[in-house]
Every structure is written in structure tokens, then in C-alpha cells.
Design a protein around this ligand. Sequence first.
Ligand SMILES: [Zn+2]
Length: 309
Amino acid sequence: MQNISHQSATGKLVSGYLFFCPDKVTLNEALLCSAKVILCNKGGLDACPTCQQIQCGSHPDVCVYPKGDAFNTQDSKVVIEDSNKKPILAKYKLILIKDLDNSSEQSQNKLLKILETPPSNTIFLISTTNLNKVLTTIKSRLVKVEIPPFDSNCLDEIFSDYKNKEDFSLALEYGNGYIGTTLEILDDEDFMESYNLAKKIVLTMKSSAEIVNYLVPKISKNQFIRTITLMQSMYLDIAIIKAGKSTLIKNKTLLADLTTLENEFSMRALTSIIKRINEINKKQYSNVTLSLLFESLLTSILEVKYLCK
Ligand SMILES: [Zn+2]
């Protein structure tokens, strides 16, 4: 972002940028910020009419795509038309394209045509959460900009309205430094429940006779995924502690508890449990089978734990 600000100030902007990071909300924010930096006379740091128009989507020289859910060939067609129009108010015409990874190869190929011969005074600001799903030919036409995660002080400030929530510090811990993932946790009413369940399973489950105490009748898909993902990160942390790198663990608040489990699990058992959860996370399951799947996961964790002693 500072680069764009510098390039804008020195008149060295290129015709296209590709922003990437794992979080959509952060990327949408980055596109708007860059648009403001480029078009605002004061570097986008104020609330001037230009910045306000960009923020509410009414600036005539800032076109935002896709118009629907995903960028399609019709969008590519309109992008080509729009980018050939001269800017009305500003120095540049800005074409903002969100989530390009959601689009088909056909629409990306169509977009490529205009990126290969960009009209002067048009700048493309494109975003993706998955660089692998953007055509190499498109990537080669754009300057890639990685959006780094925010530091915790910054997020602390952004989410100050949530400070009194029980899961506030956990949300910051598990949001990986991105606004969208943090907000998702803060808005998830069941997060604490999933967290406590995952913690209980990892820290206290000892025998198959106890499994029944950890089952949730009619577990929802969201809670299922959340719980097993948290369990996975805790098992991974035990492996990290075993490897003598306890400063690198994710569940920092559980350091003391997880350290006590260090000798209960062999490295082989931990690897195998982590792999098993990965496999489950990749597949799609119906709600009906989730409870059964959860039970079989707990059984296999105990089996692996004793087999790989
Ligand atoms: Zn401004």
C-alpha cells in the first residue's frame, strides 16, 4: 500500500495490481484504500468528497466488479467497455475486480485481452484469496501486492466495540491477524462452545468409555468444522512442544496444559491424528452423518494414541 502511495505521488503507477491474502474482507478494504490513495489529493487519509464517493461506491471513475456473485464473461465485456472510457472527474479510471479466483478460465482469458493492451489512464486493482486460481498469463501482467496480517494492537483498535465479548482475546488469537476471520469468530455465537469442547477433548479424553461425554447431539456443520479445526491446532501444538519449539505454538493460553500431554502422545500418533482431521476437513458431509463422523473421529484418536505409543 505504501508502494502504491509512493508510486502515485511520483507518477510511477503501473496499469495493474493484483492484491492477495487469505482474507476477503481485508482485500476489499485494500482495494478501496488503494483507490483512495490514487485518486485523492490528500493521499486518501482524509474524508474528502472523493474518498467518500469511493467508499460508498458512487465515484464515476471507480468501477467495481463483479456485478453478481462471481466475475463472469459478461463482466469481462463491460470491463473492456468501461476501461476504454475516459475518466470524468479524476486523472485515472479505476477498475476494481474482487475475488478473481472465483471466475472461469473463459472470463479470465477475456479479461486478459484488455490487460495486455491497457488503455492509458486506466488502472486495474484486482484481488484474490487464491493466487493458484488466477491464470499465469494474467499474473504476469500485474504487479503482485501481498497484504500482510495486522498486528494485534491494530486489530485491538479495529474491534474495540467487541472488547467486552467473552471470546475477544481468543478471536484475536485465532483470527490470524485478518479482519474477516477475526470478525467471523466474534460473530459466531457458538465459538466459545466449540473452543471449550475441543479443549476438553484434547486435554481430558482418556478412554473410549468416556467418548459419550464429548458427543454433541445434532452438531451443526459450523460447530463440527470449528471444533475439529481447533482440536487439530491443539494436537499440532503438542507436536511443536515435543519438538522443543514451544514459543511457536498457536494456542498460547494453553501452553501449560498442552505441555503436560507431551509424553502422552508419540510424534507418530500426533502426525496421524492431524492427518486424519485434514482428510475429514477436505470432504463434504451431510448434517445427518456429522454426529457419527465426530464419534468415529474421537474413537480413532484414542486408537492411534495407544497403537503408536
Ligand atoms: Zn480523500
